[in-house]
Design a protein around this ligand. Structure first.
Ligand code: GLC
Length: 414
């Protein structure tokens, strides 16, 4: 074997060992739960999309039993109507002041009434592919079905098949610049984005998070691109998995919904002037033309037309936009909002490993292996040089936010 190949092979092994060490250090086990906290200090609870990423990594690293436990812990915290909570507090709920204050307005006090991108469906498919455990699939699928049914029935407005988020927290890209306008004047004050988010949360609590009331009152209501792309990928995965358990009708209905959602993303969210994808403000019908990494996500869709794919790749590989020293930044460099070092607000410039994982997978499914490999390599370089940080400066590679952040272990399986 040539020496450079040998070197890479060893790097791979050690990054995987490091990933296992970190996931174990951040794992929490109780009487009726098992999950991996995103970090030991700031994020001790179970977050929905984080947990799904952790399960995917564990599965790839030969630990599918831990992956199953983590996903089932999450899925069993779903409400009877089908809300899959954005955060589950497990043993910690009493320590949370905000939770205590709002608790009487929350449907269930040990979990958030918001949701996050449904990566859980992708984690379940991953576990199935690695283990072919039909018992697990039979257990997980009815739960996922309930959640996706709720998203379709309660979170779609005005005849669109696209899901609305009712808080920026729901898409996982908390302070993405495109939300500034929707959040209103408060964002102009110091730490104003936090004030706006918490005020909005109180308004939601007063309406008991009822989607219809929230829509009628014109509160934050946005068809967000990364959320809907992951929703579409989830519908696609459910189509495959219902076929596996022999429920052809359900499989067909998920395939149909997947096509409808994909088409709606490609039509409703497309900004023809820039060939990027943007969120729709449901209250005004306006396309919020503010580019971010979310704008590139539709490249992961099964049915994105080749010409659309090519223009997305042009943006991705443009060195004045997304192709920086350590790609892929959450906001392009030529945006006035690009702040690679800002630690007060999240998702306004730094590179995150989970969005890199989505982009690399999306590129691979369409045959752009070389570009996918470059993103994977850049992600591994970040982790090997700087450690598992929450996010990274795309120009210098320096880590920011929380150290020993769990989902950055995705770099070990890219
Ligand atoms: C931050 C991220 C969000 C993540 C959470 C826990 O709020 O923006 O996406 O789920 O931390 O890691």
């Amino acid at each position: 074997m040539p020496e450079s190949k040998l070197q890479n092979a060893f790097d791979m092994i050690s990054i995987q060992e490091e990933a296992i060490r970190l996931l174990d250090a951040n794992a929490r086990r109780g009487k009726d739960y098992y999950y991996t906290a995103p970090s030991r200090q700031k994020y001790p609870h179970q977050w929905s999309w984080d947990s799904s990423f952790h399960a995917i990594v564990n599965c790839h690293l030969g630990r599918p039993d831990l992956a199953k436990e983590e996903i089932l812990t999450l899925l069993y915290k779903m409400s009877p109507e089908g809300v899959l909570p954005h955060i589950v507090f497990h043993g910690h709920s009493l320590r949370m002041l905000g939770n205590r204050l709002l608790r009487s307005y929350w449907p269930q006090s040990d979990r958030s009434p918001l949701v996050q991108p449904p990566v859980a469906a992708l984690a379940v498919r991953e576990i199935w592919e690695q283990t072919e455990d039909i018992g697990f699939l039979n257990e997980a699928l009815p739960l996922l079905n309930r959640h996706f049914a709720w998203l379709g029935a309660r979170r779609c407005f005005g005849g669109s098949p696209l899901v609305s988020i009712i808080s920026p927290w729901e898409c996982g890209l908390d302070h993405k610049p495109g939300f500034d306008e929707v959040l209103g004047r408060a964002v102009k004050f110091p730490l104003g984005r936090y004030i706006a988010l918490y005020t909005a949360e109180i308004r939601l609590a007063l309406r008991r998070y009822d989607p219809d009331q929230i829509a009628q009152r014109g509160y934050f209501n946005v068809r967000e691109v990364i959320f809907n792309t992951i929703y579409a990928l989830g519908l696609e995965a459910l189509g495959v998995m219902f076929d596996v358990i022999g429920d052809r009708m359900k499989a067909e209905s998920f395939r149909t919904r997947n096509r409808e959602v994909e088409n709606a993303i490609l039509q409703e969210c497309y900004g023809a002037a820039t060939s990027l994808y943007y969120d729709v403000d449901v209250n005004t019908g306006v396309l919020i033309s503010e580019p971010s990494v979310s704008s590139l996500m539709p490249l992961a869709l099964a049915n994105v037309p080749e010409s659309r794919l090519e223009t997305l790749i042009m943006h991705l590989t443009d060195t004045s936009e997304f192709w920086l020293q350590f790609p892929v930044p959450s906001v392009p460099q030529n945006s006035k909002f690009f702040e690679p070092q800002d630690q007060r607000y999240l998702w306004r410039g730094p590179t995150w490993i989970n969005t890199n994982w989505f982009l690399a997978n999306g590129l691979r499914r369409h045959g752009y292996d070389e570009l996918a490999d470059s993103i994977s390599q850049a992600s591994r370089n970040l982790v090997e040089q700087f450690g598992f940080w929450e996010y990274y400066n795309p120009l210098s590679g320096e880590g920011g936010g929380e150290r020993d952040f769990s989902w950055s272990t995705l770099a070990a399986i890219m």
